[in-house]
Design a protein around this ligand. Structure first.
Ligand SMILES: [Zn+2]
Length: 261
């Protein structure tokens, strides 16, 4: 199998790569493992000392849980795999505090974390609007968890499609090029297809319509164009590497179980 980088998009926090000599089963495994098995930190328990805002405790707790937190996988264990056996200790839990006073909108930047490596990814996410005299005092506990338990523990979004193969049976005309400027480039008097665009985006139907069938597009069975979009807790490379490491661990566990039976 071979991985080749196509594009890294900093603003959208996505990375696109091609996966050569793979099967649909492998591509689907990779997608599911990244989204559902790679753990990230998220607020799980919230203790309210004061809350005179218009939102109920439950609603605020829900909002806090969905705040993406920068995750440091080296320093924390999953609660069920921790030496404390899930009771809670410094290796599997992190305390965060939010103290705010109205008036004003309270943003995620006001959440104080005891670990500088684990803090909200985005600073300008609104949590609640407080009126004059309203108070909020909260102590929250964040833990590692997996996307298959709750989406708040998912590190990102992953999607893929088969690599398209473009077959030219004739020249696209200038009129088509003018109508679909994002698919075609003009080189002098010649009209050429922008192959980069076809790799990155699903514009195949447009291509066929624009060239009135002169250009045929097929799909490569064993090559996939993969896009990994991070919600910000982890880097893309770590998301992919961690997914593959966990998969390997599961295969090991499975083969051990088979040997015992
Ligand atoms: Zn622990």
């Amino acid at each position: 199998m071979e991985i080749q980088l196509i594009e890294k998009h900093k603003e959208k926090d996505t990375v696109t790569f091609s996966l050569k000599d793979a099967t649909p089963a492998f591509a689907n495994m990779l997608r599911r493992y990244i989204m559902e098995e790679v753990p990230v930190m998220s607020i799980e328990d919230v203790e309210f000392r004061k809350n005179s805002s218009v939102l109920y405790d439950e609603m605020l707790a829900q909002r806090l849980g969905l705040v993406p937190l920068k995750t440091d996988l080296k320093s924390y264990n999953l609660p069920e795999k921790c030496k404390c056996e899930g009771k809670g200790c410094a290796s599997c839990q992190l305390k965060l505090v939010l103290r705010a006073k109205g008036p004003g909108v309270i943003y995620t930047s006001e959440i104080k974390s005891k670990d500088p490596k684990v803090k909200p990814v985005h600073h300008k996410m609104p949590i609640v609007k407080l009126l004059k005299g309203q108070l909020l005092e909260v102590e929250a506990t964040a833990t590692l968890g997996k996307g298959k338990q709750h989406v708040k523990w998912s590190p990102g979004h992953v999607y893929y499609r088969n690599k398209p193969i473009v077959e030219m049976a004739g020249e696209p005309d200038a009129e088509a090029a003018a109508r679909y400027p994002y698919i075609f480039d003009t080189k002098g008097s010649k009209v050429v297809i922008n192959k980069d665009m076809i790799l990155k985006y699903d514009v195949l139907e447009d291509v066929q319509a624009a060239t009135k069938g002169k250009v045929k597009v097929a799909e490569k069975e064993d090559e996939f164009i993969f896009t990994v979009e991070s919600f910000g807790q982890l880097e893309h490379a770590d998301m992919v590497a961690e997914a593959l490491r966990i998969f390997e661990e599961h295969v090991e566990e499975f083969s051990e179980k088979i040997k015992k039976t």
